[in-house]
Ligand binder design. Structure first.
Ligand code: ADP
Length: 513
C-alpha cells in the first residue's frame, strides 16, 4: 500500500505517434502508465495530419488506463495531486469559438504543405528580421504557416476567421481547452515553450508581437491566440473535467523537447540534453537571456516556472535522421532484425573501416541546412563489411551532434561539460560511447529515460509544491545512470570529424541537376 502522505503527479505525454499518461512519485519514478497509438493521416505526399478529437479520446483513455493500473497497486486516486502536459510541438489545431469543435484535422509539425507559402514569405520585406524577434527562421515547421494554410484553404476556417470566431492553438492549448470541458470554461492558454514555436511570440518579452502578427498579415481581431502563461501555474490551466481524475488541476505545460531538458534536470545555464529518437533534438540551456544564433540554430524558451523565477532559454539544434537511419538499415536494407541488432553488428568491427555515411535522407538540418544533399556513403572498398556500414550509420548521428555542439559553443561562447541523453537510440551503448569519444566530454544516460513525461510532471509538481524548488530535484533520476567517458585522444576525434565534414561538403548539390 502507498503511504497516506505520499503524493503523485500525472503526466500527459501527447507525442507524434502515441499519447501516454504516466504517474510519477516524488522521487521521479513512474509507478503506472498507459499508452495508445492513434491514426497517422497522410492525405497527400508531404501532408501529415491528426484527428484532434481522436487525440483527446486517446488522452482520456490513457488517463483512465494508468489510473486503473495505479489503483491495482494499492494507491488511492486522491493521492494524484496535479497533472502536467507535454506535447508534440508546432502541431496546430483550429476550432470555432462558439462551438469549441475543430474545423479541420490538426496539421502535424512534420507536414511540408506550406513549402510554397514559406518561399513567398521569405521574399517579404522584414523576413530577415524575424529570427531576431522570435528566435526562428522561416520554415515549414512553425505553427504560423499552418494557421495561414487553414485560413486560405479550409472554407470553415476562413468563415470562422471572417466572423472573428477562429481559435488557434498548438496541441497543449487544444488539450487544456478540451480536457477542461471546452467552451463551458473556455480555458485558452499556452506556455512560452510552445508559444515560442508559433512565430507570433517575441522571444525577448514572451508576449505576442504586433510586428510579427503584421508581417504574417493576420488580423488579430479575427483570430484568437491563447494567453501565454508560465509553464508551471497553479490555476491558469484549469482542471480535468472528465476521466477518473476529474477535478485534478492541470498545473504544468511544456513542449516535448523543453520537457526532456527539464526531465534531465537541465535547469542551469550550460547544461544540455540530446534526445535520440526518430530524429534527434539537442537543447542547450543558455540562461536567462535568449541567444540568437548566427550558426544555424534556433532559439527557444526552455521553461518558465513563473513566480519569482526568470524564464530560461535554450539554443536548439535538430537532426532529421537519427534513429530512423538505424530503422532504415533494418527495414530497407535488412542488415539485421532489429535496431538493437544493428548496434550489435556495428560492434563486430573496430571502426567504420574508412566508411562515412552522410544520412541526409531529406537534406541536412542543423547546423548545416543543406536542402540539396541526399544520403551518400563514402569510402567503400573491397574490404568493407556490413559491420562497417552499420557502424558508419550510428556514427553519422554522433558526428552531426558534434557539429551542433560546436555551433552551440560558438553562439553561447561557452563549452559544454557534459551531455545528458535519452531517446531510443541512446539504448545503444556503442553509439553513446562513440558520441562521448567524438565530443570529448562525458555522456550521461539516466536509468529512467521517460524524461519528457517526467519534465511535465516536474513543471506540474513545482506549481503545487510537490517540489519546493529545483534544488529538491537534484537526486531525482540519478540512480543507476550510465556515464560514458571519452576513450580516444582529441587528435583522433578531430581527424575523424574533419573527414565527416569533408563528406558533408561532398554530399552537397546532389539534387541540383
Ligand atoms: P520517437 O519518440 O521519435 O518515436 P524513440 O525515442 O522511441 O523515438 O526511438 C526510436 C528510434 O530509436 C528508432 O528509430 C530506432 O531505430 C532507434 N533505436 C531503438 N533502439 C535502438 C538501439 N538499441 N540501437 C540503435 N537505435 C535504436
Amino acid at each position: 500500500m502507498g503511504s497516506v502522505a505520499e503524493s503523485f503527479i500525472g503526466s500527459i505525454d501527447q507525442g507524434t505517434t502515441s499519447s501516454r499518461f504516466l504517474i510519477f512519485n516524488k522521487h521521479g519514478d513512474p509507478v503506472a502508465s498507459h499508452q495508445i497509438e492513434f491514426k497517422q493521416i497522410y492525405p497527400h505526399p508531404g501532408w501529415h495530419e491528426h484527428d484532434p478529437l481522436e487525440i483527446i479520446d486517446s488522452v482520456e483513455k490513457c488517463i483512465d488506463g494508468a489510473v486503473a493500473a495505479f489503483e491495482q497497486q494499492g494507491h488511492s486516486v486522491n493521492s494524484i495531486k496535479a497533472v502536467g502536459i507535454t506535447n508534440q510541438r508546432e502541431t496546430t489545431v483550429v476550432w470555432d469559438k462558439t462551438t469549441g469543435e475543430p474545423l479541420y484535422n490538426a496539421i502535424v509539425w512534420t507536414d511540408t504543405r506550406t513549402q510554397a507559402l514559406v518561399r513567398r514569405l521569405k521574399l517579404r520585406l522584414g523576413a530577415d528580421k524575424l529570427q531576431d524577434l522570435c528566435g526562428l527562421p522561416l520554415s515549414t515547421y512553425p505553427s504560423v504557416g499552418k494557421l495561414l494554410w487553414f485560413i486560405e484553404n479550409v472554407p470553415a476556417a476562413k468563415e470562422a476567421y471572417e466572423k472573428g470566431n477562429l481559435c488557434f492553438g498548438t496541441m497543449d492549448t487544444w488539450l487544456a481547452f478540451r480536457l477542461n470541458g471546452g467552451i463551458k470554461r473556455n480555458v485558452f492558454v499556452t506556455d512560452p515553450s510552445n508559444a515560442s514555436r508559433t512565430m507570433f511570440m517575441n522571444i525577448h518579452t514572451l508576449k505576442y508581437d504586433d510586428s510579427l502578427i503584421d508581417f504574417f498579415r493576420v488580423d488579430p481581431s479575427k483570430v484568437h491566440l491563447p494567453e501565454i502563461v508560465p509553464s508551471a501555474d497553479k490555476t491558469k490551466y484549469g482542471s480535468l473535467a472528465s476521466t477518473r481524475l476529474t477535478g485534478v488541476p492541470i498545473t504544468g505545460c511544456l513542449g516535448d523537447q523543453s520537457a526532456a531538458l527539464v526531465g534531465q534536470k537541465g535547469f542551469n545555464e550550460g547544461q544540455a540534453k540530446s534526445t535520440y529518437g526518430t530524429g534527434s533534438f539537442l537543447l542547450y540551456n543558455v540562461g536567462e537571456e535568449p541567444v540568437i544564433s548566427t550558426h544555424g540554430l534556433l532559439t527557444t524558451v526552455a521553461f518558465d516556472f513563473g513566480g519569482n523565477t526568470k524564464p530560461m532559454y535554450a539554443l536548439e539544434g535538430s537532426i532529421a535522421v537519427a534513429g530512423s537511419s538505424v530503422k532504415f538499415m533494418v527495414d530497407n536494407l535488412g542488415f539485421a532484425e532489429s535496431s538493437s541488432k544493428i548496434s550489435a553488428l556495428a560492434e563486430t568491427v573496430e571502426d567504420s573501416g574508412g566508411v562515412t555515411f552522410v544520412t541526409a535522407f531529406s537534406g541536412l538540418f542543423a547546423p548545416y541546412w543543406i536542402d540539396d544533399a541526399q544520403g551518400t556513403i563514402f569510402g567503400i572498398t573491397a574490404y568493407t563489411q556490413r559491420g562497417h556500414i552499420a557502424r558508419a550509420t550510428l556514427e553519422a548521428t554522433c558526428f552531426q551532434t558534434r557539429a551542433i555542439l560546436n555551433a552551440m559553443e560558438k553562439d553561447s561562447k561557452k563549452a559544454l561539460t557534459e551531455l545528458a541523453v535519452d531517446g531510443g537510440m541512446s539504448n545503444s551503448d556503442l553509439t553513446m560511447q562513440i558520441q562521448s569519444n567524438l565530443i570529448g566530454i562525458p555522456v550521461n544516460r539516466p536509468a529512467m529515460r521517460e524524461t519528457t513525461a517526467l519534465g511535465a510532471a516536474i513543471a506540474a509538481g513545482i506549481a503545487v509544491g510537490t517540489w519546493k524548488s529545483i534544488d529538491e530535484l537534484r537526486e531525482v533520476n540519478t540512480q543507476g545512470a550510465t556515464i560514458f567517458r571519452p576513450e580516444i585522444p582529441k587528435e583522433n576525434s578531430d581527424k575523424r570529424f574533419a573527414r565527416w565534414t569533408k563528406a558533408v561538403e561532398m554530399s552537397k548539390g546532389w539534387l541540383g541537376d
